[in-house]
Design a binder for this molecule. Structure first.
Ligand code: MG
Length: 373
């Protein structure tokens, strides 16, 4: 393998329009604002990565673009792309936070290294344990009739996992939606709910017990990120598995979560952990603690979805699916040259070396709002 050097980093800020406003316990989303990182080498290779922050959850696009442009670029120009862990450790040393920028950097490096080695990112991460992952769609339109139309269409497409975003309106609205879905589809759907921190800790156990008869696969993040004792109490009190999302970002929080019985499931997201390697560390801690994991994401284009799919492929155990639906079912148009591979309700792990997907330059130009180079 001929060694190469990183020659340039280009940081594209993009704004993608979406099909509908989606509501969550932590606020509304009306577009996908993301950062695309393009790394080129002196050997003529291009690697793509994405930082897709959510300001109420992980951080801002502007902050992550600045982390890449100002603080990380000087350490990467001229460097050997193969030394991925070295670059990540350095990134962690020179910028606190901004895990999305670190995820973007790792994805772009692994895309280059995979192309050099003729291996997919999943294989670079250890193995391609599976070729496809069941996909969950998030039901989050305040107009539930519009969601019912979407669900009918997705059901026809083979989707069976649906996650209702709850806690942004009154409890009766959440209950009504679950009743309608169970009436219409019976047990054909695996239903999950996600409060995005939207419940008051003092009410949470009573409210959630009322929903246990719906046979939910899991209840996600009912209380605030830092209300960890309350989340552990909910986990003890309910039969339905409880998932920590906002409360577990990285390996340190995962370890503390295992020690205190925080939750039954951790949501893995490369944007929380700072990339695939760090998410695998969270997954290893979860596995040792008897905690299940789930493939979460932020509001992303197909580039970050592809990185997430390689992470999901590399996990030894995966039972609850993933939610990489935005580029197919939420964005009006994605940035990938080929559609992100969702078929029959399954996310197919991209094949080919590296990330296995590429960005369409015309679409990138169409949705780009800024370019730092
Ligand atoms: Mg969540």
């Amino acid at each position: 393998m001929q060694r190469q050097k990183i020659e340039a980093l280009r940081i594209h800020l993009v704004d993608l329009p979406v099909r509908a406003v989606h509501s969550h316990g932590s606020g509304d989303v009306a577009g996908i604002r993301s950062v695309l990182l393009e790394i080129t080498t002196d050997g003529g290779l291009t690697g793509w990565g994405e930082a897709s922050p959510w300001p109420v959850f992980t951080g801002t696009a502007e902050g992550n673009a600045a982390a890449l442009h100002v603080h990380l670029r000087p350490h990467l120009l001229g460097a050997d792309p193969v030394q991925v862990e070295k670059h990540l450790a350095l990134a962690e040393a020179v910028v606190v936070g901004c895990p999305e920028a670190k995820a973007a950097l790792e994805t772009a490096l692994l895309d280059v290294v995979g192309q050099m080695a003729g291996l997919s990112i999943a294989e670079l991460a250890g193995a391609r344990h599976r070729a496809a992952i069941p996909m969950s769609f998030s039901v989050a339109n305040p107009d539930f009739d519009a969601d019912l139309d979407d669900i009918a269409r997705l059901y026809e497409d083979g989707v069976r996992l649906f996650k209702l975003k709850t806690g942004f309106a009154e409890h009766a609205f959440d209950r009504m939606r679950l009743e309608k879905l169970r009436d219409r589809y019976g047990d054909a759907l695996s239903l999950r709910i996600d409060y995005n921190q939207g419940l008051r800790a003092t009410d949470a156990i009573r409210t959630l017990r009322d929903l246990e008869p719906f046979g939910l696969a899991f209840i996600e993040q009912p209380v605030k990120r830092h209300e960890r004792a309350a989340l552990a109490a909910i986990t003890r009190a309910l039969d339905t598995p409880i998932m920590a999302d906002e409360s577990v970002f990285d390996a340190r929080e995962a370890l503390a979560g295992v020690e205190m019985g925080l939750a039954d499931i951790f949501a893995l997201k490369i944007m929380k952990s700072g990339g695939i390697r760090r998410a695998l560390e969270v997954a290893a801690i979860a596995r040792l603690g008897g905690i299940d994991v789930y493939g979460g994401c932020m509001f992303e284009t197909g580039v970050a979805h592809a990185a997430g799919a390689h992470l999901m492929a590399a996990l030894p155990d995966l039972h609850l699916g993933c939610e990489f639906y935005m580029s197919t079912y939420y964005a009006r148009e994605d940035l990938l040259a080929e559609p992100f591979p969702v078929r029959g309700g399954l996310v197919h792990v991209p094949e080919g070396p590296g990330l296995g997907v590429t960005v369409d330059p015309e679409r990138l130009a169409k949705y780009r709002t800024d370019l730092l180079q």
